[in-house]
Design a protein around this ligand. Sequence first.
Ligand SMILES: C[S@@+](CC[C@H](N)C(=O)[O-])C[C@H]1O[C@@H](n2cnc3c(N)ncnc32)[C@H](O)[C@@H]1O
Length: 330
Amino acid sequence: MMDTRLSLALEAGHVSLPEAGEIVVLGAAGQSLAGLPRERLLVVCDDVVAARSYEAQGYAVRTELPDAAAGAVVMVPRGRLEGRVLFAHAARLTGGAIVVDGVKTDGIDSHYKELRKRGACSAAYSKAHGKIFSCTVAPDALADWRDAGAGGENLEGFFTVPGVFSADKADEGSRLLRAVLPEKLGKEVADLGAGWGYLAQSILEREAVETLHLVEASHAALGCAKRNIGDERAQFHWADATCWQPRASLDSVVMNPPFHTGRKGVPALGQAFIVAAAAALKGVGHLYMVANRHLPYEEVLRANFAFVEELEGGNSRFKLFHAAKPPRKR
Ligand SMILES: C[S@@+](CC[C@H](N)C(=O)[O-])C[C@H]1O[C@@H](n2cnc3c(N)ncnc32)[C@H](O)[C@@H]1O
């Protein structure tokens, strides 16, 4: 078993969990849960890739919060607001006792300071560029943080919640892509990594589109998209776009692919989206995508499509691509 900050802190008694009853884990995005009692854990997981991985390891996983729990462990996510929302849920579920684990780059120090103002926190155990501590707060002492997590309308009038990509307003790259999408996208279309539905809404303005698949890994983002896209041609998939395949091959794929896992830049993720798009398209299908200019996508595009062009309409930060004819299908 690999030692983690969590497993070491539990073993040494720096933090403790109730002896009986269900322990809810919030915010886990693939981290090791070693040291926690597997048979008593419920992992509430937003990301489908992490969820499937925890399931494969034998953990009980779901996307919705339970009504109550004996204990809770919050694995601090990247976003400050998102973290606060998880603390508030954890406090309400357990009646106030939570264990908080996170790394410095995700703001664990400022969370620790804030939580100490709201309740009683143990001394923090520091290890591996992070901290872990226990905190006892009244169940409703963080209700204002929980309310902030309910979400609301962003600048474009779309419903979003804290933590989803570009929650406050549409991403600049997505705006540029939206502006160059052609009128004709065909009948069967997919938006890979659809987020809260900004590109999807624009795609569905085209009457000829018969089906739009919104494929998204974040359950919260997909939930927002469901609220934002009230169109029966839309089909929503909580799925890993790099593995997802449509039943019938597609006429077009539109995407602003992710290139991060947490804070780590992972161009291979965007490259895997390109491969998946090529596999999902008909031999005469088209891909429209935007990418940050520094990302190395050209080679993968050329390896997977016979025709690749950079479209006008990009800028110094973003490039726009149109690719067509996945070769192995011609
Ligand atoms: C750059 S954002 C684009 C979101 C949206 N299309 C837009 O334009 O606002 C990339 C999206 O891909 C999602 N994502 C990340 N990894 C994914 C995966 N393996 N499968 C599906 N979606 C994924 C992220 O949650 C995020 O919503």
